[in-house]
Design a protein around this ligand. Structure first.
Ligand SMILES: *Cc1c(COP(=O)(O)O)cnc(C)c1O
Length: 234
């Protein structure tokens, strides 16, 4: 199996490169986040040793265990799951990125618990781009107001926006959603030119996301294989 893991990573890296070149973007502009939730620390270590630096996790307890096990490695940790208020004190000091902010209160608490580290936490605001009630994230029309507030908080660096597109194979629907994300970021950039991040694109829709400006793609199953069903408690 070890062999397969690095092969699959290599396949995804090639897909990203081809998708970037197809829309005349530099492949280096796109960061691959290997989403390792439910997979063991040994898989992460193997990919890290192969050169993969960025890993995404959703479940706080699970992540803290793996992080502890791998603390000798300079891994860049992206917390990409929904954020429960009582877990923020564990997330804020140890993550390099938090992708799914959708409440000002969450950002305020992250800022408060980040203060001890002396470095800023990179954060993104999650947009509910499909409008599905099952999805986290704020409606697109609320983004300016929330960004304005988050941007003022110390110890956070608001880098941009994140979304999970609709689970559909309909390219037109996906195109509309990714294009809307891209235009929201452009809108923010007129006021906050330092914002540079669009975290979107997963195993099934990474090409389209890259065509619409994705800077961070989050890939799980295409690298690690299908996950066992896991209870949704983070
Ligand atoms: C699990 C997860 C991913 C990866 O999804 P795959 O379908 O396994 O590629 C990406 N983003 C978020 C927010 C996730 O929770």
């Amino acid at each position: 199996m070890p062999h397969n893991l690095t092969n699959r990573l290599e396949n995804i890296k090639q897909k990203i490169q081809q998708a970037a070149l197809a829309c005349k973007r530099a492949p280096e502009q796109i960061t691959l986040i290997a989403v390792s939730k439910t997979y063991p620390a040994s898989d992460i270590q193997e990919l890290f040793e192969y050169g993969q630096l960025h890993f995404g996790e959703n479940y706080v307890q699970e992540w803290l265990h793996k992080r502890h096990e791998l603390q000798h490695l300079p891994i860049q940790w992206h917390f990409i799951g929904p954020i429960q208020s009582n877990k923020i004190k564990h997330i804020a000091p140890h993550a390099h990125w938090v992708h799914a902010i959708d409440h000002l209160k969450t950002a305020q608490k992250l800022s408060q618990y980040r203060a001890v580290t002396g470095s800023d936490l990179n954060v993104c605001i999650q947009i509910n781009i499909s409008g599905e009630t099952s999805k986290h994230g704020i409606p697109p029309e609320d983004v300016i107001a929330l960004a304005q507030e988050v941007q003022k908080l110390p110890h956070l660096n608001l880098r941009g926006l994140m979304c999970i597109a609709e689970e559909t194979t309909d390219q037109q629907t996906l195109t509309l959603q990714f294009a809307k994300m891209q235009s929201l970021l452009h809108q923010l950039q007129t006021q906050y030119p330092h914002m540079d991040t669009l975290s979107m694109g997963m195993s099934s829709d990474l090409e389209l996301a890259i065509a619409h400006g994705a800077t961070h793609v989050r890939i799980g199953t295409a690298i690690f294989g299908a996950r066992q069903i896991k209870k949704k408690t983070p």
